[in-house]
Ligand binder design. Structure first.
Ligand SMILES: *Cc1c(COP(=O)(O)O)cnc(C)c1O
Length: 419
């Protein structure tokens, strides 16, 4: 049977139960959100965790709670959720985009050095697909230049460097709790910090949030239920993958359905939908996800290590490099591929679905053209990234079959491979 590109962390049953709880009248059980926040902080070894309706909302509030000077520059790396640029602008600061390395998801230290100015105030670092960054150098750099270090751990919940967990290096860390994230609450975001004063300010912000929108949460849950059904193996094999292959000339329809920020705009104000409260119904899911988190993460990491060990990179396909001493949490399994379209169609013929990079290359977003961002390597990295399936609905046999398909791709004569 075919292998789908993804498997949701929430089961169909959990999504349907969430929908049922959404339509219940009343306020729900007391203290559910606080319980989730406490459990989250405890699991990730931080003193405080504060839930918001999205990670980007947490980032917006965090920037405003750091007492940064007016007109400060906030540094972000070239591959990100584009709306993070809007959050920096709307929080009252200036976004600065740094480029990435050529052979992995690291930050280009020379570009970082060159773009840091006396007005630079904070550095947001984002380990992608579980790939730990070189936090030794980055934390050092931030300390020397007096930058507040913030980690976006949305794709690296359980990565670590020399045994020190990602999310513990900076003043605060962000975790998205959306669709595919290791802890998914339909949507949502968490900010963690050991700084009690900062946590109190963030909590005050969270308490000012507007009412959550049941229709909007319900719509997102229905979309996720559809994805859960579409990626159920028999349906995916018999219906979804054949349809995706037939329609491949129209682009990646699955990715388009999955993606929540379909168009990138330059925002002039914070939309009410980003200022909603996190709901108790989402907290219920969060507590369930915390309970199964360790075993889900462990299985994925085990499969990823098995897959990586079987891949023989060459000039056409390479593996993003790993930082020495890091433990990668393998949110997804990225390959860096010169001809991504050729590999994806080759794999699809063998019943193996794959996905492109859904994050934006910020420097190539037309909406941000006026700001003159430059990050050419990040743009190239985005074009070269192909995610092959890696999730906890797979087993060792699936991984070996995938490795064999990749080997068959590389065994083709060069001419057909690049056609
Ligand atoms: C998924 C993701 C987000 C999403 O943030 P939300 O505001 O919760 O939608 C942010 N950052 C990274 C790196 C992500 O992968």
């Amino acid at each position: 049977m075919a292998l789908a590109r993804l498997h949701l962390p929430l089961s169909l049953g959990q999504i349907l139960a969430f929908l049922f709880r959404l339509v219940l009248p009343g306020l729900g059980p007391d203290g559910m959100i606080a319980r989730f926040e406490k459990g989250f902080a405890a699991r990730f070894g931080r003193k405080n965790a504060i839930a918001f309706c999205r990670a980007r909302t947490g980032f917006y509030h965090l920037l405003q709670c750091l007492d940064l000077a007016k007109g400060s520059e906030i540094i972000i790396s070239g591959l990100h959720v584009a709306d993070f640029v809007n959050m920096i602008l709307l929080a009252g600061f200036k976004p600065v985009v740094v480029d990435m390395e050529t052979d992995g998801f690291g930050i280009d230290m020379a570009d970082l050095e060159a773009k840091t100015t006396p007005r630079s105030a904070a550095l947001l670092v984002t380990p992608l697909s579980g790939h730990c960054l070189n936090m030794r150098d980055l934390a050092d750099f931030a300390a020397k230049r007096g930058l507040v270090l913030i980690e976006d751990c949305s794709q690296a919940f359980s990565a670590s460097l020399d045994g020190k967990p990602v999310g513990s290096f900076g003043r605060a860390a962000l975790y998205s709790l959306s669709l595919l994230k290791s802890i998914s609450t339909i949507r949502g975001g968490m900010v963690t910090t050991d700084d009690a004063a900062l946590a109190a300010k963030l909590r005050a912000r969270a308490q000012m949030a507007g009412a959550y929108s049941r229709p909007s949460l319900a719509m997102e849950a229905v979309k996720q239920a559809i994805i859960a059904i579409a990626t159920w193996r028999p349906i995916f094999s018999l219906l979804v993958l054949p349809l995706l292959r037939l329609t491949s000339s129209l682009g990646d329809l699955f990715g388009r359905f999955q993606k929540s920020n379909k168009t990138v705009i330059l925002r002039s104000s914070m939309p009410p939908s980003l200022l909603e409260a996190f709901s108790w119904q989402q907290a219920v899911l969060g507590l369930q996800q915390l309970a199964s988190f360790d075993s889900r993460e462990a299985k994925r990491v085990r499969l990823a290590i098995r897959l990586r060990a079987q891949i023989r990179p060459d000039a056409r396909i390479s593996l993003p490099c790993l930082v020495e001493g890091s433990r990668n949490s393998w949110w997804l399994f990225p390959l860096l591929v010169e001809n991504a379209a050729a590999l994806r169609s080759f794999l699809a013929k063998q019943g193996i679905d794959s996905a492109p990079m859904l994050l934006s290359a910020i420097s190539s977003e037309p909406a941000f053209a006026e700001m003159g961002f430059t990050a050419p390597m990040a743009e190239r990295l985005r074009a070269r990234t192909v995610f092959v399936p890696l999730h906890d609905a797979m087993d060792e046999e699936d991984v070996d079959r995938q490795a064999a398909a990749l080997a068959a791709f590389l065994a083709q004569p060069l001419a057909t491979r690049t056609a």
